[in-house]
Design a protein around this ligand. Structure first.
Ligand code: G16
Length: 562
């Protein structure tokens, strides 16, 4: 912000109207907000209903509040921003900070909420889900004053309100151009002011990164190596070009898909080996030392080394934990502990043990890290789903993760592969993989989960032996459905995934995704620990194949999903 008050350059009278509506079934936020097909979201009143319920869920905090709104550039974002401006005015919000053109990454919104001390923020994204008018997804989620995703009791409130809603409030004659930075004050019904401040999406975020990392050191390092960054046509494009290009000196040929497209070019903006296959190919054919891809809204990341050497998100988290002191921010701020989601491998736990730090295992969903971060119990956290972040904000942060890696590489003067091999030699290696079965029919998947529940409830299964076709046997040592008691507020979250442990230290986890927009997505996570140095460089596919086979036997997944 400029160091002087900016006078409102426009003052305009607008009117609130109360519009009758009917209930839409299924407006229940999932792992991270409400995600539905565009067609469903674009029905008359559908979006307005959910926005009204989100605002009302704020209760007494709503009148006089300040909120932030931004989105990932997908189809529907500008329409939603326009509606949110009109509805925030009608619902007595005092001030709305709006990202220019409605575009701001999820981590950047989290940062604005925190630095501007707002009451909360609304993020328009379906994250890694595809976008576009035809068959894409849209999403809306609320973040609280700490900058993090709303906890379950808040989203439950939204859902409850959505089942009872009869009308919503909107200022239909409010016209606001959010393509230009500036401040406008509207007078609602001649009685109260409503301020819209349109802000640049990049400046604050870039400054935050400069405060966390040693840009000078990374810039020097980039003089000697080539990097390749893929934004998958999502929101990180401009951030990546500015940070890795203008600030750190990477040349123009270091970037793939950095132009934001409302349908992500027809692709799936999910940074993994499948959906960022173009990055994998370019890395394996080219002479790049480091590669990174980010998802639609900029909170996920994938890290690759030379020749497309893949770093699993579980290992990435453990390596960053092991090297935190190389990042200036962590030299100045305390690191009391780490956390990972339950399906994430225990590679992080091994680092925590050696460093004498606390390590927490939480359910899937970044919101579960919020209390631990706020209480200062953890400084770093991450998930197998390509999410890594720290206490600098309350979201996972893709660009931050790539910069963390570059800082570590610059300081250690090693390649990505060398860093990983050293790490495994010190701590042993947790082999990890995840299989996603997308667009399955819901009912059979639910039956499969019910049957797995019966499996874990039957203590007679402990000690049972299952054998893969290759002849490797696995003896069940423990089985449960993961439950979590938050150590800060003691809230209890149950049924977060079926876990089956085997006596050799392997395990598999099965759960239904909470981020799909239709049908069911089954996730199967498999991991095993290997302390033998000879075996640590084998491929994960080879090491995990027998356990995957046994997981499919026990769950009968092929039968249920076809
Ligand atoms: C969201 C959550 C993550 C979670 C991921 C996958 O990420 O913030 O914590 O790991 O979904 O969840 P599920 O397995 O239920 O699909 P994002 O990047 O989609 O916001």
């Amino acid at each position: 912000s400029p160091p002087f008050p900016v006078p409102p350059f426009f003052l305009s009278g607008v009117n609130m109207s109360e519009v009758a509506t009917q209930v839409f079934a299924g407006q229940k936020p999932g792992t991270s907000g409400l995600r539905k097909r565009v067609e469903e979201f674009m029905q008359d009143h559908y979006m307005e209903n959910f926005i009204q319920c989100t605002l009302e869920a704020m209760g007494n905090d709503l009148p006089g509040s300040t909120l932030v709104v931004g989105g990932d550039g997908r189809y529907g974002v500008t329409l939603a921003v326009d509606k949110i401006i009109k509805m925030a005015a009608a619902n007595k919000v005092s001030k709305l900070i709006v990202a220019k053109d409605g575009i701001m990454s999820t981590p950047a919104v989290s940062n604005v909420i925190r630095t501007q001390k707002t009451t909360g923020g609304i993020i328009l994204t379906a994250s890694h889900n595809p976008g576009g008018q035809n068959g894409g997804d849209f999403g809306i989620k609320f973040n609280c004053a700490n900058g993090g995703p709303a906890p379950t009791d808040f989203t439950d409130k939204i859902y409850k309100l959505s089942c009872e809603i009869k009308s919503y409030r909107i200022c239909n004659n409010l016209q606001c151009d959010f393509s230009k930075v500036g401040t406008t004050t509207f007078v609602v019904d001649g009685s109260h002011d409503f301020v819209v401040e349109v802000v640049d999406s990049l400046d604050d975020y870039v400054q935050m990164m400069k405060d966390i990392f040693d840009f000078g050191m990374i810039k020097d390092y980039l003089k000697s190596v080539k990097i390749l960054v893929n934004s998958l046509h999502g929101v990180t494009g401009p951030y990546a070009e500015r940070i890795f290009g203008s600030e750190l000196g990477a040349p123009a040929d270091s970037f793939l898909k950095t132009n934001i497209l409302p349908d992500f070019g027809g692709g799936h903006p999910d940074p993994n080996l499948t959906y960022a296959a173009d990055l994998v190919k370019a890395m394996s054919e080219g002479d790049y030392a480091f590669g990174a891809a980010f998802d639609g809204d900029g909170d996920r990341n994938m890290i690759l080394g030379a020749k497309a050497f893949f770093v699993t998100p579980c290992d990435s988290l453990a390596v960053i934990a092991n090297n935190l002191e190389l990042i200036p921010y962590f030299q100045k701020n305390p690191v009391n502990g780490y956390a990972r989601s339950m399906p994430t491998s225990a590679a992080l736990d091994r680092v925590a043990q050696v460093k004498g730090k606390e390590c927490f295992e939480t359910p899937t969903g970044w919101k579960f890290f919020g209390n631990l971060l706020d209480a200062g119990r953890i400084a770093l956290c991450g998930e197998e789903s390509f999410g890594t972040g720290s206490d600098h904000i309350r979201e996972k942060d893709g660009i931050w993760a790539a910069l963390a890696w570059l800082q570590i590489l610059a300081a250690r003067k090693q390649s990505v592969e060398e860093v990983l091999k050293d790490h495994w030699a010190t701590y042993g290696r947790n082999f990890f993989t995840r299989y996603d079965y997308e667009n399955c029919e819901s009912d059979p998947c639910q039956k499969m989960m019910d049957e797995l529940q019966a499996f874990v409830d039957d203590s007679g299964n402990i000690g049972k032996v299952f054998t893969s076709q290759s002849g490797k046997s696995f003896e069940v040592s423990k089985a449960d459905n993961f439950a979590y008691t938050d150590p800060i507020d003691n809230s209890i979250t149950t049924k977060q995934g079926i876990r089956v442990f085997f006596s050799d230290g392997s395990r598999f986890v099965m759960r239904l995704s909470g981020t799909g927009s239709s049908g069911a997505t089954v996730r199967l996570y498999v991991d095993t620990f290997e302390g033998d140095k000879e075996k640590q460089t084998k491929s994960a596919a080879e090491m995990l194949a027998p356990c995957i086979e046994v997981a499919l036997q026990i769950s009968k997944l092929p039968t249920y999903t076809g």
